[in-house]
Ligand binder design. Structure first.
Ligand code: NAD
Length: 713
């Protein structure tokens, strides 16, 4: 039950009421069942009053209007019947719909996130005022959890802003700011925060004079004014676009499109009814459940400080020093500067420093509309970048990140040179991708202030950061690294030191198995296709080329040294490297690349390297290939849990989704494994017995199979 004060009604002028959403002790307002009941009560109260010119709906939380329906209630209701889903949608929609038939003008004053149910509430109002603040956003993210707006959003939006705009908003799931909303006709005014209520009241007065809102109410209740040719064209083009984006794995955007197109000739009530019926087909489906799991994974991650002791607080990171201005150093620098954190950066080679700094400025000044650097933005950000050759200017920062070449001696020499110059609170972090933190910490005077902050390449695109703690890393260092990563917009996972940390350790069995399959006779096309059908963004063979075969050869050796019982050393990788086939960067790997970039094309000369190493010429079914690729990954995850590399199975899932693009519609590796079931996984592993240790069910999996155990508890 929500606190009684979540929704309150007050008169701000004789004839103007304000309903305020303000959930006590919460950062955001959500539309739980209890909150809807309170809104209903407020509207009843107002109706009994008479002589009201208008109602303003706003939030008591600046920056957060209404974040949407209560997803916890959604998750709890996933087993309800289709009729109950229709009833639930209809009830919520009819309540919000009252805002479009009230005997007064209704205006939503949006000065923060108005998402999902919050956006629908604002759409049922006659008018909307938005704040100029960048936090004021309006959007329908429902498709991201496998459903679509169910309180009339798909019916109301096309009638207000046209079908094409509505399709973009609802099927795309991205929120828009006040300026875009105004351009679309969704916001009627965009004003600074402090004037938002005043502007809403001014709209009420103007509408009372002109009566335009009454004419709009009538218009927006009718079928859409769109001819058959336009409707048909829009349906076909949008369908093709969405299919291209979702590859058939995410049904909600297509369902939303079909619902909107199908109801174009209907009045608003019929359109709403069709929406509710369509919602019943999406709600509670496996994809919906998986995506809700991903939603909870990200929410959990946002709240996780990185250690179990809540009394440990992060130190402020107001400046970042970076050693190494290569691919990663520049990427990390740009991520900081983008969030206005000043950076001091250096490199052992002057041209590398120059190139790194230009890269940072180019990235932070990138303009989406012109698709190029914006000189004004670059000038504004330039003072935040200090390209220096003086250690003193780097070590004076709150956090120093080392991103020099992957050579333990070079790294250790650097630490020996600078450690004594670091401030008493400064944290030293390494971006190493393979060298154990424990080994690098050896010899440090303050290993407690040392950790790994492992970014992924390209830093701009990859949300994951692994914060690696060594045995002597302090809790304070961990929470500071976690808070810093979040401050620059990343999702950090805390990982205990170990070979390959988390993501690379899980990725390696999958990558290795792809090479084994290839040498046993499977075609590259079949291997990559099986991974993509499973939902991976690219196949493992194509991934080798992107990462670089020299890099994977080295990473593979690290894993082989650590786990000789189960890691096979493929003869193919050294042969490829020896032949100069390093992947995209050398213009040829498993595929050939024009100008060392873009999509590769099959290369007939590959056979010269592969054929002499082939062991068998077997054929595989697609299911066999899928099992070979993904089951060893699950087994490795069970070992990771046994070794307590992460604190929760959910970290494995979030790490793989954000670090490798593991398909969100499967909910995460271990979430997916739970849906298959441990007993079934053991059965699926039986035909792989001949592969030895790497495909042998682990004691944890066998135990789970026996006790019907699950990874998620
Ligand atoms: P890079 O070769 O692009 O850049 C490294 C830079 O460090 C070079 O410009 C080099 O001149 C400079 N350098 C070398 N010794 C130095 C020293 N003593 N002081 C200052 N600068 C020095 O390499 P990168 O890809 O940016 O990798 C850097 C680190 O990040 C490595 O530890 C790597 O394992 C790790 N990493 C790389 C990736 C990736 O995909 N590239 C991903 C995650 C982590």
């Amino acid at each position: 039950m929500a606190d009684p004060a979540s929704v309150t009604l007050a008169m701000v002028e004789n004839d103007v009421a304000v309903i305020t959403f303000d959930a006590p002790n919460k950062g955001a307002n959500v539309m739980s069942r209890a909150v809807l009941e309170q809104l209903d009560a407020c509207l009843n109260q107002l109706e009994g009053r008479g002589n009201i010119a208008g109602l303003v709906i706003r939030s008591g939380k600046h920056g957060a209007f209404i974040a949407g329906a209560d997803i916890t209630e959604f998750a709890a209701a996933k087993d309800i019947t289709k009729d109950q889903i229709v009833e639930m949608c209809t009830r919520g929609r009819k309540l919000l719909q009252r805002l479009s038939t009230a005997p007064y003008v209704t205006v939503a004053a949006i000065d923060g996130m108005a998402l999902g149910g919050g956006a629908e509430l604002s759409l049922w109002c006659d008018r909307r005022v938005m704040s100029t603040d960048r936090k004021a956003q309006l959007g329908f993210p429902e498709v991201k959890i496998g459903i679509y707006p169910g309180w009339g959003g798909t019916a109301r939006a096309p009638r207000m802003v046209g079908l094409a705009n509505a399709v973009e908003l609802v099927c795309g799931g991205e929120a828009i700011d006040g300026t875009s909303a105004a351009a679309m006709g969704l916001a009627d005014d965009v004003v600074p925060n402090e004037r938002i209520q005043q502007a809403a009241i001014a709209i009420i007065r103007a509408e009372k004079q002109t009566g335009q809102y009454l004419r709009d109410r009538k218009e927006w209740s009718k079928p859409l004014p769109i001819d058959d040719t336009e409707l048909g064209f829009l349906a076909v083009t949008a369908n093709a676009f969405i299919q291209g984006q979702t590859k058939g794995n995410y049904p909600a955007p297509i369902a939303a499109l079909n619902t909107m197109v199908g109801a174009a000739r209907s009045d608003i009530d019929q359109a709403c009814d069709a929406e509710s019926r369509g919602m019943a087909e999406l709600f509670g489906t496996p994809v919906n459940r998986s995506l809700i799991n991903v939603f909870f994974l990200t929410e959990r991650n946002k709240k996780d400080p990185g250690v179990d002791n809540p009394s440990v607080k992060p130190r402020p990171v107001k400046s970042v020093g970076i050693f190494g201005a290569g691919v990663m150093g520049a990427g990390i620098g740009a991520a900081c500067v983008r969030r206005d954190i000043p950076v001091a950066i250096t490199d052992a080679i002057a041209p590398a420093l120059q190139k790194g700094v230009s890269g940072i400025l180019e990235e932070v000044s990138f303009d989406k509309t012109t698709r190029g650097p914006d000189a004004k933005k670059a000038l504004a950000k330039a003072p935040l970048v200090n390209a220096t050759t003086l250690d003193g200017e780097i070590v004076a920062c709150d956090l120093v990140i080392e991103a020099v070449v992957e050579n333990p001696q070079v790294k250790k020499d650097l630490y020996a040179r600078i450690e004594s110059q670091l401030g008493p609170q400064t944290i030293l972090a390494t971006n190493t991708s393979t060298i154990p933190i424990t080994r690098l910490a050896d010899g440090l005077k303050h290993p407690e202030r040392f950790c790994g902050i492992h970014f992924f390449n390209p830093v701009r695109q990859m949300p994951l950061v692994e914060v690696i703690r060594g045995p002597r890393t302090s809790d304070e260092t961990v929470v500071t690294a976690v808070a810093f990563a979040k401050a620059i917009g990343k999702s950090p996972i805390v990982v205990n030191d170990g070979p390959g940390f988390l993501v690379n350790r899980l990725l390696l069995p999958y990558m290795n198995e792809a090479l084994e399959l290839l040498l046993e006779g499977a075609e590259i096309k079949q291997i990559d296709r099986a991974a993509k059908v499973f939902g991976m963004p690219m196949g493992p063979i194509a991934l080798y080329d992107v990462v670089g075969l020299d890099t994977t050869l080295y990473a593979g050796k690290v894993m082989r040294d650590s786990f000789p019982d189960r890691v096979v050393e493929s003869p193919l990788l050294p042969a490829m490297v020896q032949a100069g086939r390093l992947g995209q960067k050398s213009g040829v790997g498993f595929f050939a690349y024009k100008d060392k970039k873009g999509q590769g094309t099959p290369d007939p000369t590959l056979a010269d390297v592969v054929r002499p190493l082939m062991r068998t010429k077997q054929t595989f079914t697609d299911e066999q290939v899928t099992a070979r690729l993904f089951l060893p990954m699950v087994l490795e995850a069970t070992r990771i849990l046994d070794e307590r590399v992460v604190r929760d199975p959910r970290d494995v899932d979030l790490g793989l989704i954000f670090g490798t693009g593991f398909p969100p519609f499967k909910g995460g590796l271990l979430y997916w494994a739970d849906t298959v079931g441990a007993a079934k996984l053991v059965e699926m592993l039986k035909p792989l017995e001949s592969l030895g240790a790497r495909a042998k069910p682990t004691p944890r999996l066998l135990e789970m199979a026996k006790t019907k155990g699950r990874f998620y508890i």
